[in-house]
Design a protein around this ligand. Structure first.
Ligand code: PAF
Length: 281
């Protein structure tokens, strides 16, 4: 496994592989790797001869300085995990390699950046769009792999790829969960023992929402029950939304057969967690 920190080194390696006719898969990460990331690398290995994984905590997508400062950093462990799962190249640049000057570019992702994560984390998707566009330009992958846990991020990246004609095939990979249902996330590392006992309620609230929605098409009443559930657990609910799983527009009444996602964001003390579930109404 090659570990490189400059664009130049990375592009030299990629050119050699391309000259040998190999296709390139890309798995972007911010490190603090867990089984969710490993499953992305495994899927990338199924499609591609060469897998590049980036480890970069992208400062421009954090709208909260404490969140950036507290983001877990476990580089040595990450590298040994990637080595065992057969990653070929790890790109871990310093911030000034990717942002030699302050980035001026501003994206407009339309309604996608006005709802849910977009509404609660202003500027977040501009930072995601910027870094993913940079990675796509630098790496020019044939395939790129993202997790469904960040469903709205995936929709933003699809839009970026469509509108800017990136020649990359995107893959939205299933959420990997702990045995008790908690969606794997680098932020879970920050949960103490007590907070960890609360965290499975998040997925339970999604399962309950799905079940209730099968018999109750008026979604406001389900939402009210969920607000009570989160209050009971002392978890601060930021949003719990029923959306059309295709375009992420909010829905208030279910139509039978429709593909629906429930998306949730909440805080357990100062740790922000998100999750979602997709089902057919
Ligand atoms: O999903 C993430 O970990 C990040 O948003 C990404 C795609 C690596 C961009 O920094």
């Amino acid at each position: 496994m090659h570990v490189v920190s400059t664009i130049k080194e990375l592009q030299i390696l990629l050119a050699q592989h391309r000259n040998n006719g190999k296709n390139i898969g890309f798995v972007p990460t911010m490190g603090a790797l867990h089984h969710g990331h490993i499953s992305l690398v495994t899927q990338a290995k199924n499609f591609c001869a060469v897998v590049v994984c980036s480890i970069f905590v992208n400062p421009t997508q954090f709208n909260n300085v404490d969140d950036l400062a507290n983001y877990p950093k476990t580089l040595e462990n990450d590298l040994s995990i990637l080595n065992t799962v057969g990653c070929d190249i790890v790109f871990c640049p310093e911030a000034n390699e990717l942002y030699p000057t302050k980035c001026q570019l501003v994206f407009d992702f339309g309604h996608l950046e006005q709802i849910m994560e977009g509404a609660f984390r202003p500027g977040h998707f501009n930072g995601v769009g910027t870094i993913v566009a940079k990675f796509f330009n630098i790496i020019q992958p044939d395939h790129a792999f993202f997790g469904q846990k960040d469903l709205q991020q995936y929709a933003i990246i699809q839009l970026l790829v469509n509108d800017l004609s990136y020649q990359v095939q995107l893959h939205c990979c299933a959420i990997i969960r702990e045995q008790d249902g908690l969606a794997m996330s680098s932020r879970n590392m920050r949960l103490n023992e007590y907070q960890r006992t609360l965290a499975p309620s998040i997925f339970q609230s999604l399962q309950t929402g799905e079940k209730l929605a099968q018999n109750n098409t008026i979604l406001a009443s389900i939402y009210n029950q969920m607000v009570d559930l989160y209050l009971d657990k002392n978890i601060k609910l930021e949003y719990y939304k029923f959306v059309n799983a295709e375009d992420l527009t909010e829905i208030t009444t279910l139509v039978k057969g429709q593909k629906v996602a429930i998306c949730v964001a909440c805080y357990i003390d100062d740790i922000r967690l998100i999750d979602n579930i997709i089902f057919n109404a």
